[in-house]
Design a protein around this ligand. Structure first.
Ligand code: PNS
Length: 178
């Protein structure tokens, strides 16, 4: 990408090169990874931003979630992982980025995502939200379900990376998350 583009109501801004992919990632699923891989093909740099919020209710701490994502994306040279807290739009500016990626699995995601995108826009009009759809076969996948199944001893190896599967096994004190 080169040159500059026009942003409504503002001066010319540099092209989008860095995108932020924020989320809880508790833990990363293959659906998240699919979105990261697609974004990495489109943008110069993708920062996967692990939200520190909700730490108490999370299964994994922010540093554990970050490490799992780093290991799972080690083959993607333009992907980095960070932990953020506070307002997403402020973090986006700190990183000199202009866009946020969010995955849309199904229509049921839309209302929440639409509300969040427009709220973020009202907080900072320069931050755009881009939606990417993961592979259809991941449309039913969520971190919440993965945790529930793994906690009950089910096999989640088809839904997460080997690194995440191992971390789940370790966290849940099983011989293997199957
Ligand atoms: O994976 P999640 O839980 O759907 O991710 C939600 C997340 C972390 C992207 C969202 O809660 C967020 O951006 N939190 C940071 C605080 C913030 O900016 N809140 C206002 C959002 S409109």
């Amino acid at each position: 990408m080169s040159g500059f583009f026009f942003s409504p109501g503002s001066a010319m801004v540099p092209p989008v090169r860095t995108v932020i992919y924020p989320g809880s990632f508790d833990p990363l699923t293959n659906g998240h990874l699919d979105v990261i891989q697609r974004a990495a093909r489109l943008f110069d740099s993708v920062i996967v931003a692990v939200a520190r919020k909700g730490e108490k209710q999370a299964l994994f701490g922010p540093a554990e979630r970050k490490t799992m994502i780093e290991h799972s994306t080690a083959n993607l040279s333009n992907v980095s992982v960070d932990i953020f807290e506070g307002l997403l739009v402020e973090y986006v500016e700190q990183q000199s980025a202009h866009a946020v990626i969010r995955g849309l699995r199904a229509l049921s995601d839309f209302e929440y995502e639409f509300q969040m995108a427009l709220m973020n826009r009202s907080l900072n009009d320069k931050v755009e939200t881009l939606f990417m759809m993961p592979r259809a076969s991941y449309s039913f996948l969520s971190s919440q379900l993965v945790k529930e199944i793994a906690t009950l001893g089910g096999d989640v190896s088809a839904f997460v990376t080997p690194e995440v599967n191992e971390a789940l096994a370790g966290k849940l004190g099983q011989a293997g998350a199957n």
